[in-house]
Write a protein that binds this ligand. Structure first.
Ligand code: GDP
Length: 362
């Protein structure tokens, strides 16, 4: 005990001052940095080899809030980018209970079993940053799919902002594609801004609906209908089959009133019973038709380029925001300004100008 105490006391006394220990320290730091780089390169290789455990670890790294991981994430993304882009990205939305998980389970299994596809499922969930949990992309709700060798299911990234979560999801798409997944399903819940985010990172946007529930009830805004490349009325089975057929013709009529899309694609309305795996193959045929026709008229590639431009701006916005809010001085000053607003001592604009000026000076 005494010897150990002595030893630690000695090293404590020695370390800050002796040149030798400073040299040793920086050598150790360089070694640790090299190791980190080596580990990340190994991880990258494993991802490129299609190793799902490595893919999971890679996504965890992408989702990390630790700024120390930024360099590793950059190595991963840069290494994956040349192998990305070779997939069809499909966004799937709809209110809770409409059958998204059941649909993805049926659709994913169909694509793997009948078409030899490799399917990755990711999720953008605006509520997860509040609930700190995943309500989507839930593995337990996709029992068969999760067992498939050619499926990868990743529950929702959580984050401070939807923009942040969406950015991580986008980077995760790149990793999944580099790992050889050729069909990426991105699930989101039909509320708030999340659809717009998912729409901006997918090639095809599918809206799941139920028959017999008014739009207000389903919480679907007009804008989401406009974004949809297809509306699929799910649960078209049993007593619900007739109402589903009626809803189909109503939606068809409604869609006629919408402006024609710039890609010349007329959104389709289809029926499915995810529970009984009905309508699934026709939905895939429709998506294939969409992909072929938009690749022929070049919209597919144009759209991806536009999305990349959008994401460049989005990334800058997110980066600026997080740099600003994460500065300790700003954190303190922000609290002071919030208090000053509460006490009517300043205006929001004055406070904002003060904080932005302060950040510039730091
Ligand atoms: P999510 O919240 O949108 O992911 O919905 P889920 O996939 O969890 O489904 C909600 C409920 O609807 C579950 O009890 C499913 O079994 C049921 N369900 C999903 N698809 C269908 C369908 O096509 N037909 C019927 N009858 N029930 C379905």
């Amino acid at each position: 005990m005494a010897a150990a105490k002595n030893k630690s006391a000695l090293s404590e006394n020695e370390s800050p001052s002796t040149p030798k220990s400073i040299g040793q320290k920086s050598a150790a730091r360089i070694k640790a940095l090299r190791k980190k780089k080596l580990d990340t390169n190994q991880l990258l290789q494993d991802i490129l080899n299609g190793n799902k455990t490595a893919l999971s670890r890679g996504i965890t790294l992408v989702e990390s809030k630790n700024v120390k991981h930024n360099q590793n994430v950059n190595i991963l993304i840069e290494g994956c980018l040349p192998h990305a882009n070779q997939s069809v990205r499909i966004g799937i939305t709809g209110v809770p209970g409409v059958g998204k998980s059941t649909f993805i389970e049926a659709f994913g299994n169909y694509l793997i079993n009948e078409h030899g596809k490799k399917v990755a499922v990711l999720a953008v969930d605006p509520t997860s940053s509040v609930s700190h949990g995943s309500i989507l992309g839930d593995k337990t709700r996709m029992e068969e799919l999760v067992k498939q060798e050619n499926a990868f299911i990743r529950p929702t990234a959580s984050g401070d902002s939807l923009g942040g979560v969406a950015q991580k999801t986008r980077e995760s798409i790149i990793l999944c594609e580099a790992a050889g997944f050729d069909t990426i399903l991105i699930e989101t819940v039909g509320v708030g801004q999340s659809e717009t985010m998912v729409h901006s990172m997918t090639d095809f946007f599918l809206l799941l609906k139920l028959a017999g529930a008014g739009d207000e009830l389903q919480g679907i805004k007009r804008g989401i209908m406009e974004m949809a490349d297809a509306i699929v009325i799910n649960k078209a089975d049993g007593d619900n089959k007739r109402p589903a057929e009626r809803a189909k013709s109503e939606f068809r009529k409604a869609l006629h009133l919408y402006p024609i899309k710039s890609n010349d694609w007329k959104p389709k309305v289809m029926l499915s019973s995810a529970l009984h795996q009905k309508g699934i193959s026709r939905i895939w045929e429709m998506i294939e038709t969409y992909v072929t026709s938009t690749q022929e008229n070049k919209y597919f590639f144009h759209n991806r380029k536009e999305q990349n431009k959008f994401w460049l701006l989005q990334t800058i916005n997110e980066q600026l925001k997080s740099n600003f809010y994460n500065q300790p001085e700003i954190k303190i000053a922000l609290q002071q300004q919030l208090l000053a607003i509460e006490n009517n001592e300043t205006t929001p604009f004055e406070a904002a100008n003060y904080l932005l000026k302060k950040a510039k000076e730091l």
